[in-house]
Write a protein that binds this ligand. Structure first.
Ligand code: GAR
Length: 207
């Protein structure tokens, strides 16, 4: 069985999409070993509990020392003994030590078509505010491996979503979740679980 850890900070709709995809057989031969949150109030923790999945909170608030926090985060991931770490709306920067240790074994979902509207400062609703402020007609979502940069790692899957004239950031966010994120993230996990992708020269190739 391929084991994944899912790291979350908020609502956990992407976590729910993974749980549902495992239940419905869209993701096969895979189990969620643990859900890790940086935020004790994250609704994602309730989703994990409802699905009977072990969940831990490594609270950024309670551990202000960044080096100590990083070590606790890495320990939480190590203890879970997983094949893949999935960042599903996890809004804490991943320690470099963990990126090196889990090279090409951490993926992230980002709610835009990278390299647009990504990098430092672009997370959650801010991504969609940026897209609407620029007036783009198409946005979308990207799943990528995590490297030392912010949203710079090898791209696994992308899906475009139409931007409508009267969109608010919230409306656009919801459409991108429904049409792209909740589809792409389970797809990417299933591809990796079945060894259908590899990273060659910093790019993802389908096998
Ligand atoms: C999602 O839209 C995800 O793409 C985004 O946060 C949201 C989390 O929602 N992630 C980022 O912006 C990362 N830079 P969720 O908790 O309902 O899955």
């Amino acid at each position: 069985m391929f084991r994944i850890a899912v790291m979350v900070s908020g609502g956990g709709t992407n976590l729910q999409a993974i749980i549902d995809a495992i239940s419905s057989g869209k993701i096969t031969d895979t189990e969620i070993g643990v859900v890790i949150s940086n935020n004790a109030d994250a609704y994602a923790l309730t989703r994990a509990k409802n699905a009977g999945i072990p969940a831990v909170c490594v609270s950024r608030k309670e551990i202000p020392d960044r080096a100590a926090y990083n070590q606790m985060l890495i320990k939480a991931v190590d203890d879970a003994n997983v094949d893949l770490v999935v960042l599903a709306g996890f809004l804490v920067v991943i320690p470099e030590e963990m990126i090196r240790k889990y090279r090409n074994r951490i993926i992230n979902i980002h709610p835009s078509l990278i390299p647009s509207f990504c990098g430092t400062g672009y997370y959650g609703l801010k991504v969609h505010e940026g897209a609407l402020a620029r007036g783009v007609k198409v946005s979308g979502a990207t799943v990528h491996f995590v490297d030392e940069g912010t949203d710079t790692g090898p791209i696994i899957l992308q899906k475009a979503v139409e931007v409508k004239d009267d969109d608010t950031p919230e409306v656009l966010q919801r459409r991108i979740m429904e049409e792209a994120e909740w589809v792409l993230l389970p797809q990417a996990i299933d591809l990796i679980a079945h060894q259908k992708v590899e990273v060659v020269d910093g790019k993802v190739k389908r096998i």
